[in-house]
Design a protein around this ligand. Structure first.
Ligand SMILES: Nc1ncnc2c1ncn2[C@@H]1O[C@H](COP(=O)(O)OP(=O)(O)OP(=O)(O)O)[C@@H](O)[C@H]1O
Length: 283
């Protein structure tokens, strides 16, 4: 549904060169630390920045050729809601209704009620959590086929984060053929939500894998210097020198469990993977 093929963007001190794709029926996550290029990637996907190279296709055509009908099929939540802080929820409701042909008024009303979003207060009086819910609701309210959600949970406490993630999950259940691209620097948010994950670092995709595979086949191996010498290194992706010896990342956990029953092998969490992929030496 979206395909970036070496989409390039150069800023002073930063360059993006990103290839990724997301398909119908899938929630695809983009993980990376601050400044790694997540928002720039999303802006490229929406044609909001001029590329310095590569291509971006959405719904099978170049993003620059999307017509207004195509754009109706996209729901977007960016860091900035795009609405003036002087608007009330009632104003926003009217704007959404006149903007989107397929605006789902009942969904919007039900969710505003569920989240106790005040209708007559100005956005500037809303809490961070309230603003985040509004942002996601505006992306989800018009039955879009493609959702692009840039850090929808940023700045939220655990409960608010769960509510937003549940909202996204529920949307996917009700729109089975839709495609969702979501970014976060909080890996646990995406671990339980996404079908596949892209890890981005310094504007480059450094890992792409199905979430299930990441959680089942990847592992962190900790070994002394002596054990490291005898370790079969063919399935190690990264190795980092530590005071105790070496910390290694593998995508073949089973192989090391079967062949080295005595060494410490931990099923990697996504955070472990990020730490290992962002440091250490590639093998
Ligand atoms: N318009 C711009 N002009 C110059 N530099 C920019 C511009 N937009 C982004 N950058 C730089 O590009 C890099 C990537 O920024 P980007 O916002 O894509 O990262 P991010 O992964 O979304 O970060 P965060 O998690 O902090 O939102 C940063 O170094 C940023 O300063």
């Amino acid at each position: 549904m979206v395909k970036l093929d070496h989409a390039k963007k150069n800023y002073s001190g930063f360059s993006l060169d990103c290839s990724l794709e997301t398909n119908p029926g899938m929630i695809t996550g983009l993980i990376g630390k601050n400044g790694s290029g997540k928002s720039t990637t999303f802006k490229a996907m929406l044609g909001l920045i001029a590329l310095d190279g590569g291509s971006v296709d959405v719904f099978g055509k170049p993003v620059s050729e999307l017509d207004s009908k195509d754009k109706q099929r996209i729901g977007v939540a960016f860091a900035d809601s795009g609405f003036s802080n002087y608007l009330t929820m009632k104003d926003i409701w009217a704007i959404l209704k006149s903007t989107y042909v397929d605006f789902d008024e009942k969904f919007f009303q039900d969710k505003c009620r569920q989240f106790e979003i005040p209708m007559k207060k100005k956005l500037q009086e809303f809490s961070t959590g309230m603003k985040a819910r509004v942002k996601v609701l505006t992306a989800l309210c018009h039955n879009a086929d493609l959702l692009i959600l840039d850090e929808p949970t940023v700045g939220l406490d655990v409960i608010a984060r769960d509510e937003v993630l549940d909202l996204i999950r529920e949307y996917m259940e009700n729109h089975e053929q839709c495609s969702i691209m979501i970014s976060s620097h909080i890996s646990s948010d995406l671990e339980n939500l996404c079908d596949d994950l892209y890890m981005i670092h310094d504007g480059r995709v450094i890992l792409h894998e199905d979430t299930d595979v990441l959680l089942s086949d990847y592992a962190v191996i900790k070994v002394s210097e002596t054990d490291y010498e005898t370790l079969d290194k063919q399935y190690l992706i990264k190795t980092k020198k530590e005071p105790f010896g070496y910390c290694c990342l593998t995508d073949q956990k089973k192989f090391y469990l079967e062949n080295y029953p005595k060494i410490a092998i931990q099923s990697g969490t996504i955070d472990d993977l990020i730490i290992m992929m962002n440091g250490g030496e590639l093998r």
